[in-house]
Write a protein that binds this ligand. Structure first.
Ligand code: SAM
Length: 420
């Protein structure tokens, strides 16, 4: 009976709480849908991967077999070097927690009975296919690099009361503003549609973005510490050999991240900093020894994102060395003027958490901002509540957040949404 209640809460909120409260399963589509009133996130658009076995008519065991073949190949490799041993030690620390979380998922048969259909719109038997972009489609990143970039403008269709123009029965007023290197704000309490060239975007209520290259991130430093950010989420474009990543977005060498002005962006009372990182030991070492010290961040806790397929199986074997089915969210604090305040929060911040979900597009993370609205991080944010939030290297927008990066509008494009 309790489990059935949990399932109805999940179907409503997108968050399934297991009996062990350290673990949650998240359906990002449902979580994101709660942030919109006139649009819904398209499940087929979100879940563009990991439902493939089903689409190709393959049995899940074929997918598992692929993982096993890879594992056998890896076993043939030489002994681990020093860095790999350190990575393995890190993995062994995380493994018992991840196994427990996974066990919780396997026991939640009510939840597993619905995961296979999460890519479908309710009432539809098949996932809708996203339309293909024309071959000459230029990405936002490419537009931002050309000499004309400072001349590009975005048109916001703001709700109007004086009936000056009519679009689809409601009245709107166009506001045209520079697209790049400019803070573009939807201060209204409703979604705003926006247009750039032939592309439409949906801006969530009370959200803003600043689309620029890393060199201009300094423009976001507040004039006064009291208007700084108390929650800073960062998902850097870590260098990675993957050809897939290369074609999705540019990456940066580690030294560039040292220049991020985290301390200056922080609120005077301090900031909770959440940093996504893959399992490469090189990155973990860099963060521990150089990045967090340079940012003035004290690492307190590590949360894990465990990736599963639609049938509940892990996307790869947990022990597969170069392709683990999880990533880490490192949490730490930047101290503010009153160190005691932050020290108290440090003690209450939960130490072990696992977020389980079916991954969306390449490198798209579970919607921490959306989950944060209800729980997870908001209560551990220093200073006034709700905290002022910023996402660095963002590809989407959220109510109450400033999204910065070279393509913060990426997943706001209308093709990822369904009009209600
Ligand atoms: N958190 C995002 C999500 O869940 O979809 C993924 C972020 S992805 C790991 C890193 C982002 O950093 C990409 O959008 C990439 O284009 C952007 N990026 C790469 N180089 C950049 C630069 N020099 N300045 C600003 N953004 C950059």
């Amino acid at each position: 009976c309790l489990a059935r209640d949990e399932l109805s809460v999940f179907l409503e909120s997108g968050i399934y709480r297991f009996v062990d409260s350290r673990f949650i399963f998240v359906d990002p589509v449902r979580v994101l849908n709660r942030l919109y009133s006139r649009f819904r996130v398209s499940p087929a658009g979100y879940y563009s991967r990991f439902f493939e076995c089903e689409r190709k008519g393959l049995e899940n065991k074929d997918c598992l077999l692929y993982g096993k073949k890879r594992k056998r190949k890896e076993k043939k490799l030489r002994c681990l070097n020093e860095k790999e041993c350190a990575a393995d030690r890190r993995h062994q620390v995380a493994k018992p927690l991840l196994l427990k979380a996974y066990e919780s998922l396997l026991q939640a048969t009510d939840l597993l009975s619905v995961t296979r259909s999460l890519n479908r719109e309710s009432g539809c038997s098949e996932g809708r296919k996203l339309f293909d972009l024309p071959s000459d489609h230029q990405s936002l990143i490419e537009h931002g690099r050309v000499w004309q970039a400072p001349l590009y403008e975005i048109t916001l269709k703001l709700p109007e009361h004086d009936q000056s123009s009519e679009v689809g029965g409601s009245s709107f007023k166009d506001r045209v503003v520079p697209l790049f290197n400019n803070l573009v704000v939807n201060e209204t309490s409703d979604e705003v549609e926006a247009e750039f060239l032939d592309h439409q975007y949906i801006l969530p209520r009370e959200s803003c973005f600043y689309m620029s290259d890393l060199r201009l991130v300094h423009n976001l430093i507040p004039a006064e510490a009291s208007s700084g950010f108390s929650l800073i989420l960062i998902d850097p474009p870590w260098e990675n050999g993957s050809a897939q990543q290369k074609s999705k977005y540019p990456t940066l060498p580690n030294r560039h991240f040292l220049a991020l002005p985290i301390k200056k962006l922080s609120h005077g009372k301090g900031a909770l900093v959440a940093l996504w990182v893959t399992n490469r030991e090189k990155f973990h070492r860099f963060i521990d020894l150089e990045l967090f010290p340079a940012w003035g961040v004290i690492h307190i806790s590590t949360y894990y994102w465990l990736k599963v397929k639609a049938d509940g199986s892990l996307i790869s074997d947990l022990d597969l060395f170069h392709h683990r089915p999880y990533e880490c969210l490192l949490l730490g604090y930047c101290y503010g003027e009153d160190v005691k305040d932050v020290k108290l929060l440090e003690q209450t911040l939960p130490k072990d958490r696992v977020i389980i979900s079916i991954p969306g597009d390449y490198s798209r993370k579970p919607p921490i901002a959306g989950i944060t609205r209800n729980e997870l991080l908001q209560e551990y944010v220093p200073g006034p509540k709700p905290g002022r939030c910023i996402e660095l290297f963002a590809r989407e927008m959220n109510p109450g957040w400033l999204s910065w990066g070279n393509e913060p509008l990426h997943f706001q494009e209308s093709q990822y949404f369904i009009r209600t």
